[in-house]
Design a protein around this ligand. Structure first.
Ligand SMILES: [Zn+2]
Length: 376
């Protein structure tokens, strides 16, 4: 055999091995996106049921529907719009894995931008998964990126022109689900996902829609309910209820000039009362030190303790940090407070979700008491 032929064979074998290894790695990236719904699940749908152009794409994702025995209104909870904000999907999972709806309906989307969970942001040292121990074994959950995977939506434009008012944003923001609303049925992948969520809100006649987020501890909007104009009064009443429960939460109006965001476009393009919740996540912050799976769960970073001591933060950042369990408990309690307030405003469309732990129960028992372990 001459040298050229041998070299050719070696190159082909090497290429085959590279493809095989990459394929194995790519197939493993969905680990950590499992949902184990409570026995009271009524129906499992897909987001593509609301936009057929999503079917078979990496943007399609699970939609879990829980219908109560008594009629009432509909509550939508969306986690995972931004894959690096862990309290969102974990709150959505906790609801989906425990909820027993008695009045009305609960619809949960745990991983709204599913494509964002197939990669992490470059140069952030983010882990690909994090672990929540449960009494029956570990629950492994995927950590993702703020943006849709560029493999699924490429190339980015030089400038992203937001569809509503033509506001110009960085090209990468074309892959940010929370700048893509109202979206379009046959636009780019992120835009299709946005459109499908809004179509769900419209066709399912959702009364209250809550988009779960987190932000860095140095960001001014934290521990807050961002409310659409029509939803403001409801947010005020809910925050008072929370205050008496010992959960301090601020209220921020959805800015009129900031287009493409859930709390603005959901409210403007449907009759829903739209809210976005923020909690403080050290793993996202610019001031953080060592970044690993432990930081996502513990929320404890010595740099933030120092920053807080020097008055540089907008949130109280205690020595023990702001652990995931506190952030999830905050989101969960706020969701319940908003549902209760809606039910007081509209008693004939009452929404009641039972079997959800209170803030005190969750922080005492830990998240693992309310989540299923990852099935092997
Ligand atoms: Zn976010």
């Amino acid at each position: 055999m001459d040298k050229t032929r041998l070299r050719g064979i070696i190159i082909i074998i090497t290429a085959f091995l590279v493809v095989a290894v990459s394929f194995k790695w790519f197939s493993s990236v969905t680990t950590g996106l499992e949902v184990y719904p409570s026995p009271y699940l009524t129906e499992k749908k897909m987001l593509s049921d609301y936009n057929p152009n999503l079917a078979g794409t990496p943007g399609d994702t699970e939609v879990l529907v829980f219908v109560g025995e008594e009629p009432g209104g509909t509550l939508l909870v969306v986690g995972g719009s931004h894959g690096d904000e862990a309290a969102g999907p974990v709150t959505a999972l906790l609801l989906a894995e425990n909820a027993k709806v008695t009045h009305g309906r609960l619809i949960v989307i745990p991983f709204a931008n599913r494509s964002g969970y197939t990669h992490t942001l470059p140069q952030e040292a983010h882990p690909s998964t994090y672990v929540i121990p449960t009494p029956r074994g570990d629950r492994v959950i995927k950590f993702g990126s703020r943006l849709t995977n560029p493999i699924h939506q490429w190339p980015d434009p030089t400038v992203y022109v937001q569809q509503v008012d033509g506001q110009k944003l960085a090209g990468t923001e074309a892959r940010n689900l929370n700048r893509a609303f109202p979206g379009s049925a046959d636009g780019h992948l992120t835009s299709r996902v946005a459109w499908a969520i809004l179509e769900l809100i419209r066709t399912e006649n959702v009364d209250v829609a809550i988009d779960l987020h987190e932000s860095s501890p140095e960001y001014p909007v934290n521990n807050a309910i961002v409310a659409h104009d029509r939803a403001m009064e409801m947010a005020v009443f809910a925050s008072l209820d929370l205050y008496f429960e010992g959960v301090e939460i601020g209220i921020e109006p959805s800015p009129l000039g900031l287009r493409g965001l859930s709390h603005r476009e959901w409210g403007d393009n449907s009759d829903v009362y739209a809210f976005l919740l923020e909690s403080a996540n050290a793993a996202q912050g610019r001031l953080r030190g060592k970044t690993d799976a432990e930081l996502v769960v513990s929320g404890k970073d010595p740099m933030y303790v120092k920053s807080h001591e020097r008055g540089r933060l907008y949130v109280r950042y205690p020595d023990h940090g702001i652990p995931l369990v506190e952030r999830v408990a905050r989101h969960t309690t706020t969701i319940q407070a908003l549902a209760n307030t809606f039910s007081e405003f509209y008693p004939d469309r009452r929404i009641f979700v039972d079997n959800i732990p209170s803030y005190a129960e969750m922080t005492a028992a830990g998240l693992g008491s309310y989540l299923a372990p990852t099935a092997h």
